[in-house]
Design a protein around this ligand. Structure first.
Ligand SMILES: CC(C)(COP(=O)(O)OP(=O)(O)OC[C@H]1O[C@@H](n2cnc3c(N)ncnc32)[C@H](O)[C@@H]1OP(=O)(O)O)[C@@H](O)C(=O)NCCC(=O)NCCS
Length: 127
């Protein structure tokens, strides 16, 4: 999962992960889509407060994009969040992915900001 995230989310920006960042994920819910031993996509959920959870690190390999894996991951993640009692799911969406999240019912909240060197928007949806 870390390799996939590195390839899709960090290397194209000239960035990588450090151990401290990965260490903090021990409290998160890590979600992967697999076909046999091959990872087809991933994301993770980080608790914000009793009501809200944040989706992070959504990545699908280039060869698998546009085939419904991202949508399946989102529905799976939303079901987990609902089962755990969260009422709201939010994310820092890359500007290039805003349309993807909009198709899944998420709305932009607030103005554009920069994170990992590129433009992002806060997006959210009630579960
Ligand atoms: C964004 C990403 C996770 C989407 O996953 P995916 O498996 O390619 O998406 P899906 O095939 O499930 O697409 C679901 C729908 O969203 C649309 N969609 C997918 N990516 C889109 C994008 N970047 N912008 C607008 N619409 C998009 C699809 O066309 C599809 O629409 P349809 O239901 O009308 O056919 C994936 O393309 C990816 O990993 N991109 C690079 C990394 C990235 O940007 N991650 C998100 C960081 S916030």
């Amino acid at each position: 999962m870390v390799n996939l995230r590195n390839e899709i989310l960090r290397k194209p920006l000239g960035l990588s992960f450090d151990d401290a960042e990965l260490e903090r994920e021990k409290e998160d819910i890590l979600i992967g889509a697999f076909e046999d031993d091959r990872i087809l996509g991933c994301c993770l959920l980080t608790r914000m407060d009793a009501n809200s959870v944040r989706l992070r690190q959504m990545a699908v390999p280039g060869s698998m994009q546009g085939k419904g894996v991202g949508r399946a991951l989102m529905i799976f993640a939303e079901n987990i969040a609902r089962d755990l009692g969260y009422r709201k799911l939010c994310m820092h969406a890359r500007k290039t992915a805003v349309g993807f999240y909009q198709k899944l019912g998420y709305s932009v909240s607030g103005s554009e900001f920069e994170e990992v060197t590129i433009p992002h928007y806060v997006m959210e949806k009630s579960l």
